[in-house]
Design a protein around this ligand. Structure first.
Ligand SMILES: [Zn+2]
Length: 367
């Protein structure tokens, strides 16, 4: 009886989980479904083998690459991504590990980490768990990590490089076309990896190139889904996508259009001003406020002191809003300057040379 039972248990374990695997130096956890693992290995191989005949020069500058080719692009990712876990990875119980006594750099935390704004609801595409572990560990002054295959992986730097893949990365309705293995879909997924890999960079108040709240007037206003800098995750994703699209040999016109929309969407998340209103929108807004202000200025002296009180409050509120609009209009008229943040990560990390990551990739491809 006992024997039978244990046989059943062993069988069910071997059916439900697959072994973890190392590919091109990156650890893929057993929580990643086999089909996703296969696709991601193919995507990284495609990137590495890409001859790159043309690219957006902005990509080279932003990624600080000595030259742009497949091995260099893979190396950039490898320096920021070392572990990939699946959507079903359990962030609880014995999987969460902590170590006291670690001394974090005495740099300030990003302001939003202590009072986080609205988290984005919806389908998870991918997230940089390593940067989150570093940030929360530093905030709570305790070195944090997770268990992978029984080993503790701590995050003493945002460069620890743990990414979690969500179902969104492989959803057909979010894909460029129906063929998951098409070049266009590979390019889109690699763009997402570049985005998440960028979150392994940065220090002090921009650790992990943490996103900013989208400003008033933006379609994602109020959500932490924008970048106030010109070299954050959204910018890097956009220029990486642009570069890969230039080298796509099999993209149809429809694929190219869809990827161009993705590039525009990413750039749309880069907001270097405190608002995204146009001059015409601002003027219309100000005219409306002015009309109501004029009304209250005429109305308030005609009524008793008590009756006027709510109107006085409202007048003050509108006058404040008017001041905000005036400042926004003034800002709109000043030239836009790119805001480049220093990508240097904090905490201990080792920069892996391109020769090493290429050797790791070649060894995995040869298997
Ligand atoms: Zn992001």
């Amino acid at each position: 009886m006992i024997k039978t039972l244990s046989t059943i248990i062993i069988l069910s374990i071997s059916f439900n989980s697959q072994a973890s695997e190392k590919f091109a130096g990156i650890y893929f956890d057993s929580s990643l479904p086999a089909s996703q693992l296969r696709t991601m290995k193919d995507d990284l191989t495609y990137l590495y083998k890409n001859p790159i005949t043309d690219f957006d020069p902005e990509f080279q500058t932003m990624a600080e690459l000595p030259k742009v080719d497949g091995p260099q692009m893979y190396n950039w990712i490898y320096n920021r991504v070392k572990y990939i876990i699946g959507q079903d990875y359990q962030f609880s119980g014995r999987n969460l590990v902590k170590k006291t006594g670690h001394v974090f750099p005495a740099t300030p935390l990003p302001p939003s980490i202590s009072n986080r704004a609205n988290a984005l609801a919806g389908i998870i595409i991918m997230s940089n768990t390593g940067a989150d572990l570093y940030l929360t560990g530093k905030r709570d002054n305790i070195l944090s990590g997770i268990k992978l295959d029984g080993d503790s992986v701590f995050a003493p730097s945002p460069r620890v490089g743990i990414l979690q893949v969500g179902e969104g990365l492989f959803l057909e309705r979010l894909a460029v076309n129906k063929d998951q293995n098409s070049e266009a879909n590979k390019i889109k997924r690699i763009g997402t990896i570049f985005h998440e890999a960028r979150h392994s960079d940065g220090h002090a108040n921009h650790i992990g190139f943490i996103h900013d709240e989208c400003p008033p007037g933006h379609n994602m206003s109020g959500f932490e889904a924008c970048d106030g800098s010109s070299n954050g995750s959204y910018s890097l994703e956009a220029v990486a996508l642009k570069s890969l699209l230039l080298n796509c040999l099999t993209c149809s016109n429809e694929d190219k259009t869809k990827l161009s929309v993705d590039i525009a969407d990413s750039f749309n998340r880069v907001v270097l001003r405190t608002h995204v209103k146009t001059e015409a929108q601002l003027k219309e807004e100000m005219e409306t406020y002015q009309r109501v202000i004029d009304f209250y200025i005429g109305y308030i002296p005609q009524v008793s002191k008590e009756a006027a009180e709510p109107s006085i409050k409202e007048l003050k509120r509108l006058q404040d809003l008017m001041k905000v609009c005036e400042a926004q209009l003034k800002e709109l008229k000043t030239p836009l300057v790119p805001k480049i943040l220093d990508p240097k990560p904090e905490g201990p990390y080792v920069e892996v040379p391109v020769e090493t990551s290429s050797q790791l990739m070649n060894a995995s491809i040869a298997k």
